[in-house]
Design a protein around this ligand. Structure first.
Ligand code: UD1
Length: 422
């Protein structure tokens, strides 16, 4: 295993280019199997999760080639419709293959994704949606087995106790694209990654209306074709670098951001008393010595993203006053709290709320990464902590941040990856 060693306290400068979005790439790669012929995707981030998705496609019989951010997928040789436990257990997001498999082949066998450190992560909404489309779903020895003679459009209410579901929307939208007749998804997710998937499906020949709102209408078509498509930039990676700029009190340019995807973050940074400069090409952080405490509630898009909650908490450990974060998407997603406290933060938990008392400084020590975004929060803390921070188990970060240590080093951070002695 590998770990990061970070010498804190260095100012950052220069620019960083944002990679393609992991959460847009995964469902789009999955949807490519619905096309007749080859799909070529550009700006695909080279991440562990993307590699896992490619491995599943290869296992099923697809031919793929991935070089310099360009991923070519030829699904014509697919002959098995199973996603085994070894793959699904390392990447819950692989569930987004279920809709495309059922749409194209009317059969799929998928290992049940288990729980994970951010909570139980049920799939009831996916199953409800598939059943409404006439797909028979059974649970056989830890596998979800889906079968249908034909998939028929329907009106589907896809809301759950925590609001809309991103990947359930992706799955049902894909299945409905090749269904007979019209489907209406009520309470669909509005996330930019869903809009990107809808645009991809439309380019393939799908007929989709209303993406980006809570009501998506899909007119089923008989066939889709393989296409060439660009993956949108990763708004969560961008948000993480923006917070790195402010936390280190540095002026940096974050390039290739779609700023409309990050308005909830900008709104909170302004409320904290910070100035932020942005245009169509880049976001620039305008450093300030102090910032104010905030109240933040995570919500589905366009609300504050749960995937930036941990990084935002890191930022608020150094704010003036007491901040409150309420996690409304994954109420148990607070595994980073204990580790941030080891670095000198003052955070207490009360159910799905975290109370963060601002401190003057953090101190480097040994900490352990536990999930993808929690790990990013520790890197941010390490950049400003006095002395040395060692972060172990960084394989979590490799699931979602492309070239993190290189990008930070180019900005002037002192961060290195070393092998951990076992
Ligand atoms: C996606 C993102 C993940 C992000 C999350 C929320 C990908 C690959 N992953 O995950 O990074 O944190 O959106 O923005 O795109 N729920 C149910 N029943 C279901 C499905 C979900 O109750 O069948 C609940 C979840 O437990 C959670 C909430 O709905 O409380 C939202 O989860 P969801 O949007 O489904 O997350 P994912 O799509 O898995």
């Amino acid at each position: 295993m590998e770990k990061f060693i970070i010498e804190g306290g260095k100012k950052l400068e220069g620019e960083v280019q944002i990679s393609g979005s992991k959460n847009a790439a995964l469902p789009i790669i999955a949807a490519s199997i619905m096309g007749e012929g080859k799909t070529i995707l550009h700006n695909v981030p080279n991440l562990k999760d993307v590699q896992t998705m490619i491995k599943i496609l290869n296992y099923m019989g697809a031919k793929t080639e991935f070089k310099n951010g360009v991923l070519e997928i030829d699904p014509s040789g697919i002959y098995q419709f199973t996603a085994p436990y070894e793959f699904v257990s390392t990447m819950r997001g692989s569930i987004c293959l279920l809709g495309p498999l059922l749409a194209k082949y009317k059969t799929a066998r998928f290992s049940m994704p288990g729980g994970c450190v951010i909570g139980p992560r049920p799939i009831d909404l996916h199953i409800k949606g598939f059943k409404k489309l006439g797909i028979n779903i059974e649970n056989e020895e830890g596998y979800i087995v889906g079968k249908a003679d034909k998939i028929k459009g329907n009106i589907i209410f896809l809301g759950g106790n925590f609001g809309s579901s991103v990947l359930a929307t992706a799955n049902i939208m894909c299945a409905a694209t090749l269904a007979e007749g019209e489907t209406i998804i009520e309470f669909s997710s509005c996330e930019p990654e869903i809009v990107a998937l809808a645009n991809f499906l439309k380019k393939m020949g799908g007929r989709i209306y209303g993406e980006g709102s809570h009501l998506i209408r899909i007119e089923g078509v008989k066939k889709l074709k393989g296409v060439e498509y660009n993956i949108i930039p990763d708004r969560i990676e961008a948000g993480t670098y923006i917070l790195a700029g402010y936390m280190t009190k540095s002026k940096i340019k974050i390039k290739g951001v779609i700023y409309q995807h990050l308005l909830s973050l900008f709104d909170k940074l302004e409320e904290a008393g910070l100035e932020i400069s942005y245009n169509d090409e880049y976001v620039e952080t305008i450093p300030k010595e102090r910032w104010k405490a905030l109240e933040i509630t995570t919500l589905p898009f366009p609300g504050f993203p749960t995937d930036l909650q941990a990084q935002m908490m890191s930022f608020l450990t150094l704010a003036d006053g007491i901040s409150l974060i309420t996690e409304k998407v994954f109420p148990e997603r607070f595994i980073h709290v204990g580790e941030l406290n080891r670095l000198g933060a003052d955070i207490t938990l009360d159910g799905s709320k975290a109370i963060i008392k601002g401190v003057n400084s953090l101190r480097g020590t040994k900490v352990m990464a536990s999930d993808l975004r929690a790990s990013a929060a520790l890197v941010l803390a390490g950049l400003v902590a006095e002395g040395t921070t060692e972060i172990s188990r960084i394989y979590h970060l490799d699931r979602g941040y492309e070239n993190l240590e290189n990008k930070l080093s180019i900005l002037g951070a002192k961060i290195k990856r070393v092998r951990e002695e076992s």
